[in-house]
Design a protein around this ligand. Structure first.
Ligand code: ZN
Length: 246
């Protein structure tokens, strides 16, 4: 089984469709790690595309909760709240219902893998540094836990007393072997709003049988996504940040 790992798409259809072409033929089932919507201008289009893919699992993110009314967005900054309110007004009734019924993470996929949006102990918690990761790994129940939420690709690994954590090399496609006795906490990056200074869309391919996780980046038409954000009347900063990858 090969999983296509999609996280933090954020209503960016240009990025999602580019990833789907780039990943074509490399996967069997899809896993979505939350934040399908919010920030971007095509929430219904992204959700319709995700439905077409018939994902093996989809979990909710904080922006999904805010857009569909589960959460009031009071923890959001002004721009995020404006985007959440705009998104809520755009969602079809069916897509709003879909978001309201998404499970929270973590969700255990098989004996190797679990997925969460923020952290395995709290879907809204951010994992930035080694201390966050060590804490999170204590509540992980599988050798490999994939997370999103920060929009920053990173690989944390524990093997015995050894702990390491670092972002993947952005210049090459990273192929991470999942070693038998190690435990991993990995963010494959954000499809629709990268924040590591690299504007390319990020995603992952996990081959369960080969025990290998690939972290990939692909250039997508940022200007197209920006034009749609501006045409929708969403905050200009949301268009600008896509070109910066911030
Ligand atoms: Zn997000």
């Amino acid at each position: 089984m090969r999983y296509l790992i999609l996280s933090d798409i954020h209503a960016n259809l240009d990025a999602l469709d580019t990833v789907l072409v780039h990943a074509s033929g490399a996967w069997d089932r899809v896993l979505v790690l939350g934040d399908l919507v919010g920030y971007g201008a095509e929430p219904n289009e992204v959700m319709d595309r995700i439905h077409e893919l018939k994902p093996a699992a989809v979990i909710r993110g904080n922006h999904d909760k805010a857009a569909c009314g589960i959460d009031d967005g009071s923890q959001f900054n002004h721009v995020a709240r404006v985007a959440a309110e705009w998104t809520g007004g755009q969602l079809t009734e069916a897509n709003g219902d879909y978001l309201r019924n998404l499970p929270m993470g973590p969700v255990q996929i098989d004996s190797l893998l679990e997925i969460c949006h923020g952290a395995p102990f709290d879907e809204d918690e951010y994992i930035f540094d080694g201390a966050d990761a060590r804490h999170a790994l204590q509540s992980a129940t599988r050798p490999l836990c994939l997370f999103g939420h920060t929009h920053l690709p990173v690989i944390f690994r524990v093997l015995g007393d050894a702990f390491e954590g670092a972002p993947p090399d952005p210049d090459v496609e990273t192929a991470l072997p999942i070693e038998p006795d190690a435990q991993y906490l990995v963010n494959v990056g954000s499809v629709g709003q990268p924040r590591d200074g690299d504007p390319r869309a990020g995603y992952g391919i996990l081959d369960i049988d080969a025990r290998e996780l690939r972290l990939r980046r692909v250039v997508y038409p940022v200007e197209s996504a920006q034009r749609k954000i501006l045409a929708a009347g969403l905050p200009t900063s949301l268009a600008n940040r896509l070109a910066l990858g911030r």
